[in-house]
Design a protein around this ligand. Structure first.
Ligand code: BGC
Length: 726
């Protein structure tokens, strides 16, 4: 009897199993599951996958038990929950996150292992919070120091950003959470970001602006990508056939889903035909007279309009099937992925990752007479400046974060030095506000400055913690900076402080270069980015020498704004004539411009000092099959352990087209104990690594001829050169 029961049960179970639809059977290959799901769906259900059903939620197929996708900003932490259909916080109490350092800081570490750790940790928090898609990383190229969103990106060099974004993506996606790499493409300014039309050469597109996206797709295997607001060659990037269909999907083989930036879709047929898969953020339809507040989600362009267009044959059914297939793939890789992690909100472990990235990303720009690290004999340490106490995780736009904790520089320095640390506000920038700037009465500015100057007279060392912040027109989405200068009267403040005290150190928090006419008057300058939850701890690590700084600049710091390529051609080069912006500098972006035009930067791309010194021995190259292998011994000649970023640049000596003097091709961060020497090895494949994009043949091409290898510690500090004939 017992056996009979078991047999019956087993038969029942196996019948059940046999009837389980393939799309729900996680042991089946993903493409089979997608085929099966598609075969069961109506056209309306397929359309339902292609648009938002909430501010951060896109549709699934409820009838089939296929969940939709929860998305979240942004690149630096998992954003607080937003109301279903309004731009306001949902008011949860369980949505505090760890704030990771900004992506410029990550790039400044030049350490791909840290990018992987970053991705894994932020992915764990996203999984824990039930997110399927994390809206990041941002890999737009830093073209001008005025761009309000540079802090969300990885600097001015395509090889550096490509190398750093790949492990970030792999780290996030190892949790079963998709990255959505953004903003594809050419979203290099916030002024008129919704409409500006970018015109640039095919070479600049291929050599400068696309490589990081391409690496995200082909090496990082990113599962989704966000189309940007701006236009390229006349068409909005979120429905740009050339960028999305021709390059991304056909040429690069992207098999994921293209998500629009929020409210970046403008018409049903063009969006559908030109490669957009998921429309997000639309909340009104002016073309139909539907205002904000009356809008329902199926009124998205890729909602009812798409359905009608498919039914009338205006949009072929295969186009809809392709979209549905891509979105289902994204769902299977995330929400319906049997290996998806539950994730965790391990603040302690993730804070440790923040600290390591901060420690390695902070850049020591200048250090005269060994002003740093601080020596313990200093009795009074005066900290001046709003950024020493400000919550810099707030503001900035969509990357704003609600943090579980954030340690300020003042708090961390007090924990270290106790009462020896004093504080003066020095300047005031007003409340964090995304919408508008707050004006500050001159009286307030003057009295804060005077108070600081009085205190400075009595201090052994002064540390000004300033820079930008995340206010509108500082480092903030939807607005660019108005000038290259430091804001809120800081240049005058620095002048006043240095007039009465010779021992002033400046710590800058920003995602952008700033003008430093006061450079000669200060002893040391530290570029400290936005460091997230462990801000004060990481800054204190470097100031005290507990950590030997090893960050290097991911962008150039020009002396004057007009030394920057984008600003060398008048308004048409930036911010444009109201309609179009022309990238007239072509491929000469950042150090490529400074080098080729012989306009020295104040601090060059790749620059970063250490508390020790490194000696570069004789570099050599040898041919190994198709490859050339370059080696250079690097020795730590100082008294403390340190990490050096060894950079390899390549230049073609007599190019047939305009080429930069040299371009970064490889780099390695190496840890050296005092007295230790290590040999650093780089492997290049000339056919690929020496190539430029040939616009006439529309392919990559490397000329035969003479090349130079430049090995150094920055783009301006070349220690070894080698000649090579291809
Ligand atoms: C930003 C995106 C962001 C999205 C959702 C847009 O305004 O450009 O970067 O992911 O909003 O918040």
């Amino acid at each position: 009897m017992k056996h009979l029961l078991t047999l019956l049960l087993l038969t029942f179970a196996s019948t059940l199993f046999a009837q389980q639809p393939v799309y729900l059977d996680a042991s089946q290959p993903i493409e089979l599951r997608i085929d099966d799901a598609l075969s069961r769906m109506t056209a309306a259900e397929k359309v339902g996958l292609c648009h938002g059903w909430g501010k951060f939620y896109s549709g699934g197929v409820p009838r089939l038990g296929i969940p939709g996708l929860w998305m979240s900003d942004g690149p630096h932490g998992v954003r607080a929950e937003i109301a279903w259909n309004e731009w306001k916080n949902a008011g949860w109490t369980t949505d505090s996150c760890t704030a990771f350092p900004s992506l410029t800081c990550l790039a400044a570490t030049w350490n791909p292992l840290l990018a992987e750790k970053y991705g894994k940790a932020i992915g764990e928090e996203a999984a824990y919070r039930g997110k399927q898609v994390l809206l990041g990383p941002g890999v737009n190229i830093y073209r001008t120091p005025l761009n309000g969103r540079n802090f969300e990106y990885m600097g001015e060099d395509p090889v550096l950003s490509a190398t750093m974004c790949v492990p970030y993506i792999q780290g996030v996606q190892s949790n079963g959470v998709a990255c959505c790499v953004k903003h594809y493409a050419l979203n290099n300014q916030e002024v008129q970001r919704w409409s500006v039309n970018v015109e640039c050469s095919e070479r600049a597109l291929r050599e400068i602006y696309l490589p990081a996206f391409r690496a995200a797709v082909q090496q990082g295997k990113v599962w989704s990508l966000m189309g940007s607001y701006n236009k390229f060659r006349g068409t909005h990037c979120s429905h740009n056939d050339y960028l999305l269909n021709q390059i991304l999907k056909k040429e690069w083989g992207f098999d994921g889903a293209v998500v629009s930036d929020w409210d970046a879709a403008h018409n049903a047929r063009e969006a559908a035909m030109n490669g957009l898969d998921i429309e997000m953020g639309t909340s009104q339809r002016p073309d139909k007279g539907i205002k904000w507040g009356q809008f329902t989600w199926d009124e998205c362009y890729l909602g009812n309009d798409l359905l009608k267009a498919v039914q009338s044959g205006e949009v072929p059914e295969e186009v809809l099937n392709d979209k549905a297939r891509r979105v289902l793939r994204l769902i299977m890789r995330t929400a319906m992925n049997p290996n998806r992690h539950h994730g965790n909100q391990d603040y302690a472990a993730h804070s440790e990752v923040c600290r390591q990235i901060g420690d390695e990303g902070i850049v020591l720009l200048k250090n005269e007479k060994k002003a740093l690290p601080l020596i313990t004999a200093q009795k009074t340490i005066l900290i001046v400046g709003d950024n020493a106490v400000r919550k810099l995780t707030e503001g900035g736009g969509s990357s704003e974060l609600k943090v579980q904790h954030e340690t300020s520089v003042l708090a961390a320095m007090k924990a270290e030095f106790g009462d020896r640390v004093q504080f003066a506000q020095g300047y005031v920038p007003g409340r964090t506000d995304y919408e508008r700037e707050h004006s500050i009465a001159q009286q307030v500015t003057d009295s804060l400055r005077n108070e600081a100057v009085e205190m400075v007279r009595r201090a052994d060392v002064v540390i000004l913690v300033g820079g930008l912040n995340k206010n509108r027109h500082q480092d903030c989405e939807d607005s660019d900076r108005r000038t290259y200068d430091l804001p809120f009267g800081q240049p005058e403040l620095i002048e006043a402080l240095t007039a009465v005290n010779k021992n002033v150190i400046v710590v800058l928090m920003s995602g952008n270069a700033v003008a430093m006419p006061w450079e000669k008057n200060v002893k040391a300058i530290v570029q400290a980015w936005y460091l997230g939850s462990e801000t004060g701890v990481a800054v204190t690590d470097v100031l005290t020498g507990r950590i030997n700084p090893s960050g290097h600049l991911p962008f150039s710091i020009p002396v004057n704004q007009n030394d920057c390529a984008a600003h060398s051609f008048g308004t048409i080069g930036y911010p444009g004539d109201g309609k179009t912006v022309e990238y007239k500098e072509d491929v000469l972006v950042g150090y490529r411009w400074h080098d080729t035009k012989r306009i020295p930067a104040r601090f060059a791309f790749g620059h970063g000092l250490s508390y020790t010194t490194f000696d570069y021995g004789k570099a050599k190259w040898e041919q190994q099959g198709q490859d050339v292998v370059i080696t250079v011994p690097v020795k730590n000649t100082g008294k403390v352990a340190g990490k050096e970023v060894v950079q390899l640049y390549v230049g073609e000596d007599n190019p047939t087209v305009l080429r930069p003097t040299k371009e970064l091709k490889a780099f390695e961060k190496v840890l050296l104990q005092p007295g230790e020497t290590k040999e650093v090895t780089f492997r290049l494949t000339p056919a690929k690594d020496f190539a430029f994009y040939d616009e006439t043949k529309r392919e990559w091409h490397a000329n035969t001829g003479h090349y130079t290898f430049y090995v150094g510690s920055s783009s301006a500090d070349i220690r070894q050169t080698l000649k090579f004939d291809l």
